[in-house]
Every structure is written in C-alpha cells, then in structure tokens.
Design a protein around this ligand. Structure first.
Ligand SMILES: Nc1nc2c(c(=O)[nH]1)N[C@H]1C(S)=C(S)[C@@H](COP(=O)(O)OP(=O)(O)OC[C@H]3O[C@@H](n4cnc5c(=O)[nH]c(N)nc54)[C@H](O)[C@@H]3O)O[C@H]1N2
Ligand SMILES: Nc1nc2c(c(=O)[nH]1)N[C@H]1C(S)=C(S)[C@@H](COP(=O)(O)OP(=O)(O)OC[C@H]3O[C@@H](n4cnc5c(=O)[nH]c(N)nc54)[C@H](O)[C@@H]3O)O[C@H]1N2
Ligand SMILES: [Mo]
Length: 677
C-alpha cells in the first residue's frame, strides 16, 4: 500500500481581527487533517487563538454543518423549509427576477448587505463589481461597526486608514489603548506585541472594563462609558500645565487650536474626576507619561460606538495634535490600516467605474425600516454577513425579512438566521478553498490566502458566484469576469513588492516594506487646510460643533445600567457558536455586573434575569464581577438568536440609535433595566 500523501500548506486567517494570523494546514490525500498556527508567522508563533483553532477544525470543515448545494425556499420565510436546486436553476431564476425588478423599479431597489465574512481583497470586494453594475443600493457596512470613527478622523486628519505601523512602536515611550480590548479582539497582539512594547514604554489603557489588557497596562483609567471627551480635555489640561504641548507643531500644523483653549483650562483633573470616575492622580500620571517622550495612540473601535462618538473621537485625537506626536518613529495614531496605504486601488477592485449612476448607500441603522417599505426595496442580497444576528433592531428586522414580496438571496458557508429568511441560499466556499490576498489592518503585511483543498461539494468562492451570476444576467463587461489569476497579478503590480504571489504562497506573510511606514513626516495632512483640523466650519457641515467639547453622556437613570457588548474572546462577531466545542465553552449568555449592583438587586450568581429597555427584553444569566464598574453591565456580542434559548441575542435590546456623525451604530450607549425573573 502506498503511504498517504501529506503536505503542509501555508495560508492566512481572513477574519475581521487585528491579528491576521498565519496558518499551517496539514492536508492528507486532499483532505484537511489539521489547521494549525504557522510557526514562521511573526505574530502567530505556531498557535492560533482558541476560537479559530476550534472552528477551523470543527464547523468550518464539517460537511454536515456547511451549506453544500444551492437551496430554494419552499415554506414561509424564516421557517427553514428549502429544497435543493442546481446552480443552473438558481442562477437563472435569480437573474430573471433581478432583470424584471431592474426594469420595473430600477437597480437601486435592490439592496445588498455585506461585511466581515471574509476580509480578503478579492472575496471581500470583487462581488461589489456586480452590485455596481446593476446600480444596487449598498447598505454601508461600516455603519454597523466603525463609520463614525472613519468620518471623524477623516475630517480631522484627512484620512482614517493610514495609521501607525506597529513596528514603529520600538521607538515609543508611551502607548495609549483607548476603547479597544486586544485581550479579546486581538489575542496575538495582546500576547506578543504588547509585552514587547511594555519592555520600553508605558502602556495606558482607557476602558470602563478591567479586562486582561488593562491588567497588563502600567495604568488603567477605568472611566464611565461615554465620558471620554472630558477625560481627553483633562489630559490636555495637565499636558499644558506641564509645558508638554508642542506649541511649535500646533502653530505650524494645527487648525483652530485657539478655539479649544478655554475648554482645556476649564477641564481640570478635579472637574474630570467627578464626571469620569478616574482619580486626579491617575489623570496626572497618565498625562505626564504621554507628554514625556514619543507617544502613540490606538483608537479602538468601541470609542466611537456612543451617541457622541464624533465628539469623543476628535477629543481623544487632540492628544496627538497637541503634542505633535505624529510624523516620527514611535508616534502616530492607529484606527484601521487600510489597503490603500499599501497602494491598492479599491475603486478598481470594487468596479466603481461600472456604476452608471452611483446610488447613495444607506445605514444599517435604517435597514429594518427600508426593508419594511415595499415601495423602496424589492430585493435583498445578504452576503458575508449575518444581519439577523449582528444588526440592531432585531425584532423589526426579522419582521421585515419576512416580507413575502422581498426577493432575498443569501450567500454563506452555513445555514444561518439570515439565510433562514432567503428565497435562495447560495453555498460559499471558505477561505480554505480559494486563492486570495489579505492585507491585515493592524500590521503592514501582505499575506497569501492559499487554496488548501478544493471547494466543498458544490460550494463556490464569492467571486466565482458573482462571475456566474453576471454571466446568467448576460452582462458582457470584461471586468465582471476577471479571473483570480488576473486579479492577483494586478494586485501585485499595485503592491509593488519584491516577491511574486507564488513566492508569497510559500512564505505566508511578508512585511509590505522593509522599514516601518511613517506617515506625515512633512507635517502636511490631506485636509482642506493641509493641517490637522481641530475646529472649523467643516465640522459644522458634518453636523457637529465647530470645536470639540468636554462633554459627557448623562449617567443612566436610577436603576438603569449602561450595557456594553464588545467582542467575546470565543466568538468572531456572531460567528462560531454553531461549532459544538465553542458552544460548550461559552455556555449560556451571562451578563456581568458589579457586586454592589448585584447586592442592590438582591441577585445571586447564576440567577436568571431579564434585561429590559424601551426596545426589547432578553433573558440571560447574571454574575458578579469586580472588573465592571458601577452603572455598567457587560454582555459580549453573542451568537445567533436561534442558538439561544430565548430566541434572541443582545441586539433585541438595540434600538439602532445613531451616532452624532456617520449614521453609525451607537451600540455601546444602550441602557437597560435588570429585572429578576
Ligand atoms: N450588540 C452588538 N452588535 C454588534 C457589535 C457589537 O459590538 N455589539 N459589533 C458590530 C460589528 S463591530 C460588526 S463588524 C458586525 C459584524 O457583523 P457580521 O458581518 O454580520 O458578522 P457575523 O455574524 O460574524 O457574520 C459573518 C457571516 O459571514 C459568513 N462567512 C464567512 N466566510 C464567508 C465567505 O467566504 N463567504 C460568504 N458569503 N460568507 C462567509 C459567516 O458564516 C457568517 O455567517 O456586528 C456588529 N454588531
Ligand atoms: N474575539 C473576537 N475578536 C474580534 C471580534 C469579535 O467579535 N470577537 N470582532 C472584530 C471586530 S468586527 C471589531 S470591530 C473589533 C472590535 O474590537 P475593539 O476595537 O477591541 O472594540 P470592542 O471589542 O467593541 O470594545 C473594546 C473595549 O471598549 C470598551 N468600551 C465600551 N464603551 C466605551 C467607552 O465609552 N469608552 C471607552 N474608553 N471604552 C469603551 C469596552 O469595555 C471594551 O473593553 O474586534 C475584532 N476582533
Ligand atoms: Mo467590526
């Protein structure tokens, strides 16, 4: 008997995660034997995080869990009745329906939602060419995550996606992590990068929750949620008092600093301590460290999920503007590092030119209402996301998705709560079954996604599904049919790196540049004025005040708690809980509150309670944790509503309130009452 053929193939994890790990796939006779972390990858060091290790060796390669064939609905929407159909039938039916909708109502009546399913360049963006071609209405993906931050940083610095290169941290003396929890949302950054930074720099964490990254910090400013702008001004107050503001930089590169001077002098640490709950001495110490040398600022995604997100983000960013910590190694801010800063032309990739009359995108906060309106929306494509789990207004959205006359096509690896409402479900291949390129959003790397095995059963990669759909629609635009090889060639031309894709396949990941990338070394910013825009009429045009203000959210009403639902270490957004091992690990959804809040309500650990607000109700268990401040409840992003006993998740409590800028999600501003059952 011949020995089974065993190969190891490198690839990269394309989850929406700061880490972007390297993967080693062990393949025996064309079957995945084991998915491991790549021991050559600088961050991964041979170990995937627990959630990905479970899911990639579990549900993701399990043919019994995966969608394997196209399905057509045979029962009421949401009732999970489907029959298997051929790709030919599915594509021809879908294209006929689309043609007729486009003819009668126009392409803009077709909505499409997409987001974090696969964050690689081609599978994540090529399908947009199809939607641009038909003139569909995009539901702006970032509005459910980080749009407020992008718009705010865009106004202030001229862009939001040219952040610091983590490699440059070797030259820093201080790092603030503000509104991010890498210990859950970026486990390898937490485990490997932060300890390295800590060897030579102070780490300051600003977060209401004392999470594991806060434990690792030199100081944790445990503020009340939504009071960040006041804290920022108090830090500036101390920086000014200590002569640690860079007046030369302000004069040369900052627009409108004079307009915040009074607010800075008014916001003493004493004033801020009362509002934020952070002690005067901690504010003074943090300001001293930030002002002492070269400093960096990591702006987490959660910093802009408050109703006053724009004001908070711009206030926090004043630390960079006021101290001139930008343009030199060991300085700068990071929000998201986008593909354009590695030269990728996203307009080309997403086929912007195919759109004859660009339609305005809508916000996820308006999705339920738009889908409920049969006059504006005739069809929906949901791909790369699971809106029935991740979107706000869960009840209204599920109701709208039941609309019989809404033609709904869903594309996923699994039969999810969203696909349950679809007329057609198309099975997508996973990242283990396709070739692609990944540009991590933390590190300035370029990573290969290598086809490890052939597509499972009849599943197809996103890009191939949309090529076939374009063919079924009789479209002829060549860009709708570009092959992966051709796309990858162009991507590599744009990246302009020394190695080829074939070489990258072998290496897994390479840094995009030899030296750390440093932005704004010339002190020029891509804003209208060429300066960092702290205060101007541009802000008024965007709906904010001319200058940022030291204002905070009101405390929750008596007996109410502010409900935070950040990343869960064992889930990936709302994915992974359909994996048996992960389901066992995470147990029942449990809200954590401060022991005094438990006592005040006479609750005992493990008790079943109901979270209630004007929008909805959710039954969960409760536990005490001294890591949570008074007035706050912590219930991380959960699993699909159908996987919970209550049939709902956290987003049943989310009324879809918008931030002050960007029509974005203010999910961390939700307030609830906690009622014993
Ligand atoms: N309450 C609350 N709600 C939140 C958040 C929160 O903090 N609190 N976070 C928000 C944030 S930050 C985000 S980014 C959103 C995320 O929201 P979503 O993007 O909806 O996240 P997931 O629920 O993980 O859905 C991803 C889906 O893509 C599928 N998928 C994976 N790979 C592929 C592929 O190759 N092709 C296709 N077609 N599908 C694939 C997965 O199976 C999964 O069903 O949720 C938001 N919702
Ligand atoms: N394991 C895992 N990893 C993930 C994800 C996941 O679901 N699971 N999701 C991915 C995605 S899509 C995203 S966008 C990122 C998000 O990851 P992060 O950028 O880390 O953001 P969050 O997890 O939403 O929240 C981080 C922290 O912000 C704090 N916070 C909440 N409100 C406030 C406030 O008012 N002020 C301050 N200063 N802090 C506040 C929360 O307490 C929490 O500890 O993570 C990615 N990585
Ligand atoms: Mo996100």
């Amino acid at each position: 008997m011949s020995r089974p053929e065993k190969t190891t193939i490198k690839t990269s994890c394309p989850r929406d995660c700061y880490d972007s790990c390297g993967i080693s796939a062990i393949v025996i006779d064309g079957q995945i034997n084991r998915i491991l972390g790549d021991s050559d990858h600088a961050m991964t060091h041979g170990a995937l995080c627990a959630k990905c290790a479970f899911a990639y060796n579990g549900a993701w390669i399990d043919p019994n869990k995966r969608l394997t064939q196209p399905l057509k609905r045979t029962g009421p929407k949401g009732d999970h009745h489907f029959e298997v159909v051929s790709w030919e039938t599915a594509l021809s039916d879908i294209s006929q329906r689309l043609h007729s909708i486009i003819e009668q109502f126009g392409g803009q009546s077709i909505l499409h939602t997409h987001y974090t399913g696969i964050c690689s360049l081609i599978a994540g963006n090529f399908p947009l060419r199809f939607f641009n071609r038909i003139g569909a209405t995009e539901v702006d993906p970032d509005t459910v995550c980080n749009k407020a931050g992008h718009e705010t940083l865009g106004l202030m610095f001229g862009q939001s996606m040219d952040g610091f290169d983590p490699r440059t941290a070797k030259d820093t003396d201080c790092l603030i992590i503000w509104g991010a929890n890498p210990s859950a949302s970026a486990p390898h950054v937490h485990k490997r990068w932060l300890p390295e930074v800590k060897q030579h720099a102070k780490i300051i964490v600003i977060d209401p929750i004392r999470h594991e990254t806060a434990d690792l910090a030199d100081i944790h400013l445990q503020l009340r949620p939504g009071t960040d702008a006041v804290l920022a001004f108090a830090l500036l107050h101390v920086l000014e008092r200590n002569n640690d503001l860079d007046q030369e930089f302000i004069a040369k590169s900052v627009l409108g600093w004079d307009e915040i001077k009074d607010e800075i002098s008014r916001t003493t640490p004493e004033v801020a301590a009362k509002i934020t709950g952070v002690s005067v001495s901690d504010i003074e110490l943090a300001a001293k460290w930030f002002g002492a040398g070269r400093s960096m600022l990591w702006l987490g995604q959660a910093l802009q999920r408050q109703t006053q997100a724009g004001n908070i983000m711009r206030s926090a960013s004043l630390l960079i503007a006021g101290t001139g910590n930008i343009g030199l190694p060991g300085t700068g801010f990071l929000y998201i590092n986008g593909p354009a800063n590695r030269n990728i032309d996203m307009g080309w990739l997403s086929g912007a030119a195919l759109s004859s009359a660009p339609t305005e995108a809508i916000s996820h906060m308006d999705l339920a209402a738009t889908l409920a309106d049969g006059n504006t929306s005739k069809a929906l494509f949901s791909w790369n996301n699971n809106i029935a789990a991740s979107n706000p207004q869960q009840k209204a959205l599920h109701q709208a998705l039941k609309r019989e006359d809404l033609f709904h096509v869903a594309i996923d690896l699994f039969h999810t709560d969203t696909t349950a409402f679809a007329d057609y479900i198309l099975p997508a291949s996973s990242f283990l079954e396709l070739d692609d390129v990944l540009l991590p959003y933390f590190h300035y790397d370029v990573s290969a996604i290598n086809k490890v095995i052939e597509p499972l059963a009849e599943s197809l990669p996103n890009q191939e599904i949309f090529r076939r759909l374009a063919a079924a629609m009789d479209f002829t635009d060549p860009t709708l049919f570009e092959s992966d090889e051709k796309l990858i060639d162009t991507i590599f031309e744009q990246l302009n790196i020394r190695i080829s894709f074939d070489e990258l396949r072998k290496q897994g990941s390479v840094p995009w540049s030899d030296q750390p990338v440093i932005h704004y070394a010339d002190g020029q910013f891509p804003t209208a004025s060429g300066k960092i825009d702290v205060a101007s009429d541009n802000w008024i045009a965007a709906g904010l005040s001319r200058a940022p203000k030291a204002i905070a959210d009101q405390l929750p009403a008596a007996h109410h708690l502010r409900l935070l639902s950040p990343a869960d270490a064992f889930l990936m957004n709302f994915s992974y809980a359909n994996d048996n091992k992960i389901a066992a690990r995470i147990g029942e959804p449990t809200v954590s509150i401060h022991p005094e809040e438990m006592a005040a309500r006479q609750l005992s650990p493990g008790q079943k309670i109901t979270l209630k607000n004007n929008y909805g109700e959710l039954e969960v268990l409760v536990k005490a944790s001294a890591r949570i401040p008074l007035g706050v409840a912590l219930l991380p992003k959960g699993r699909w509503p159908s996987l919970e006993k209550s049939g709902a998740n956290i987003n049943i409590l989310n009324d879809g309130a918008k931030t002050d800028i960007g029509h974005s999600s203010a999910v961390h501003s939700i307030e609830v009452e906690l009622v014993a059952n």
